[in-house]
Ligand binder design. Structure first.
Ligand SMILES: Nc1ncnc2c1ncn2[C@@H]1O[C@H](COP(=O)(O)OP(=O)(O)OP(=O)(O)O)[C@@H](O)[C@H]1O
Ligand SMILES: [Mg+2]
Length: 270
């Protein structure tokens, strides 16, 4: 069955990312005696993101948001579909080309702590992508780490610290510095503020907004929090049980939602 929600905007220039008919299903067996069930984690979704745009991907827990991000990054293999990044289908790229492409598509995770190695210094964490992708010559790595730390609101002095010495907000700033180190074009933000105190959430969101302008970034912004999405996104796609049930400009979705599930989400927020 075709997904009824397709992105029909007319782009004067090609979008940065085009996702077409993307699916990922799992067959799970809860225990030895239960029968197998099919989970349609992502079920034939299509959308695109223009250069410089922030697309919000919202939906309840288990609706398939993280799986969508992981499929785009090829952290997990897709069952079917195409993901065009700058016109090239990344799902069909060989490993060598994919490694090169990875520097252009980065991710910021919800649980920064779990993705930051506690045994190495912050300086080393941020230097790693600079080395892997050869962003600057070896002699300039230290200065570049300082520059990145300043960009995310920390200082060069922080680079000798370990992650356990940092607050939740500071850890997420390191996660952001690591993501922008390779000078990506697209950043997938997977619930980047959900694990933070409300008081810190706004600061991190504003940092992401500032960096987007400064670095001409494009975001896929995953969240279950409509308030956060409303603050940061240009357009919104609503996921429900693996499908995109509604997609449109932020104002249209917030003021004039057409889908019943979207209406429920908005009512719950008010
Ligand atoms: N490796 C896996 N094996 C089996 N089922 C999986 C696997 N990964 C994800 N799923 C299932 O796919 C569905 C979508 O999961 P996903 O993590 O993408 O949801 P989500 O929208 O990101 O949820 P949350 O808001 O809780 O982060 C869920 O039902 C989940 O249990
Ligand atoms: Mg998730």
């Amino acid at each position: 069955m075709q997904n009824p929600i397709k992105d029909k905007r007319d782009h004067s220039q090609d979008p940065l990312l085009q996702v077409e008919d993307l699916s990922k299903h799992y067959v799970v067996k809860k225990n030895l005696i239960s029968s197998k069930t099919l989970i349609k984690a992502v079920d034939n979704i299509s959308f695109d993101i223009a250069h410089g745009e922030t697309l919000g991907l919202i939906g309840e827990s288990g609706s398939g948001k993280t799986t969508t991000g992981e499929l785009i990054l090829r952290l997990i293999p897709a069952d079917t579909g195409r993901v065009f990044f700058q016109g090239e289908n990344v799902l069909q790229m060989d490993e060598k080309n994919m490694r090169r492409k990875r520097k252009d598509i980065q991710i910021i995770f919800q649980q920064a702590q779990e993705t930051l190695d506690p045994k190495v210094t912050i300086g080393e964490i941020i230097a790693a992508p600079l080395r892997i992708y050869r962003i600057v010559p070896a002699t300039e790595i230290e200065a570049e780490v300082d520059r990145l730390l300043n960009m995310v609101g920390l200082t060069g002095k922080d680079k000798n610290k370990f992650t356990y010495q940092l607050s939740g907000g500071q850890k997420q700033r390191i996660g952001i510095a690591r993501a922008i180190a390779s000078r990506p074009k697209l950043v997938i933000c997977d619930e980047p503020v959900s694990a933070l105190d409300v008081s810190v959430q706004g600061q991190i969101l504003n940092l992401l907004i500032d960096l987007k302008k400064e670095l001409s970034l494009t975001y896929l912004f995953i969240s279950h929090d409509l308030k956060v999405v409303q603050h940061i996104c240009d357009r919104i796609a609503v996921m429900f049980k693996g499908r995109i049930v509604e997609m449109g400009d932020k104002e249209q979705i917030m003021v004039n939602p057409r889908n019943d599930y979207t209406k429920q989400l908005i009512e719950a927020m008010l």
